[in-house]
Design a protein around this ligand. Sequence first.
Ligand code: SME
Length: 155
Amino acid sequence: MVVGGEETLRTLADLAASSSPPCSRLQSILQAIHDRHPHYEWVGLYLLRGQELVLGPYVGAPTDHTRIPVGVGVCGTAVATGRNQVVHDVLKLDNYLACSASVRSEIVVLIRDAGRLLGQIDADCDQVGAFDASDEAFLEQVAALIAPLLRVGYP
Ligand code: SME
C-alpha cells in the first residue's frame, strides 16, 4: 500500500521536468520511488519492442530477465491482456518468471501514450500482498509522468 503517494508524485513531477537527459530523469524517478516506499524493493521499466519487452532503467538487484516475450510471466501477461497486474502471491502463479527466490508479490502497470502501449512499470517485493489498488493508482500517475520521457528517451 502506498502512503504519502501525493507528496512523492510532486517530487517525481519535478524530476520529470528537469533539464537532465530523459534516461537520467527516469533513473532518478525510479530511485525516488524505491527510496520513499520501502515495499518497492525492485522497481524498473520494460519497454515494448514488437512482441518483446526489453529491460530499461531499474533500481534493485540485477535480473536475468532482460528480454521477455509478450505473454510470458507477469510482465508479458500484462501486455498480452492489456491489463495491469497486481499479484498477491507470485508462488500461486503458473506463468511467472522469478527474478529471485525471495520475491513474493509483484505489480505491473502499463505505460501508454495517446493510446499506444510503450511499456510498463514493474515492481517486486519479498512480502506477500505488498501491493494493492493504491499502488496501481499511484503507478498509473507515475506512468503518465514518464510516458513523454520514454517517447523521447527510448523511441
Ligand atoms: N517477475 C517478472 C519478470 C521480471 S522480474 O520481476 C524483474 C515476470 O514474471 O514477468
